[in-house]
Ligand binder design. Structure first.
Ligand SMILES: [Zn+2]
Length: 130
């Protein structure tokens, strides 16, 4: 099999249990890319934002990002099940973080906001905007 993440070839013994859903990641990537789910909360003018990132580090390789989205399931479930608790739920990627100074003021209209991302972004750099 060819690993979806790193492209390395690896062997796997298929059984009836995984015959139609074989492992798509090599054992090294399974160990390297275990989700950690970082949770932070930061106050802003008139409210509190909960921020959840799947991985605690910045994105090491944009080409591997698509394969890692499989770990977003918990974040999407959080967004669906807690949608009534938050006035605004935002998905944060590289472009959104880079332009945060242009949209962070939108949080001010909502007392509770949920921000989700695959990789961690340090929002303390935008402290002056909130
Ligand atoms: Zn791999």
């Amino acid at each position: 099999m060819k690993c979806e993440v790193c492209g390395a070839h690896f062997s796997v013994e298929l059984t009836f249990a995984d015959w139609f859903d074989p492992p798509r990641w090599c054992p090294d990537c399974e160990r390297t890319y275990l989700p950690v789910y970082v949770h932070e909360a930061f106050p802003y003018q008139g409210g509190l934002a909960d921020y959840v990132a799947v991985f605690p580090n910045p994105n090491p390789d944009p080409y591997r990002e698509n394969a890692l989205y499989r770990w977003m399931e918990k974040c999407f479930k959080l967004a669906v099940y807690k949608q009534n608790a938050f006035g605004l739920i935002l998905w944060i990627g590289d472009k959104e973080f880079a332009t945060a100074d242009q949209w962070l003021f939108l949080l001010f209209d909502h007392p509770r906001c949920l921000l989700l991302s695959l990789f961690y972004y340090d929002f303390s750099v935008w402290e002056d905007c909130v």
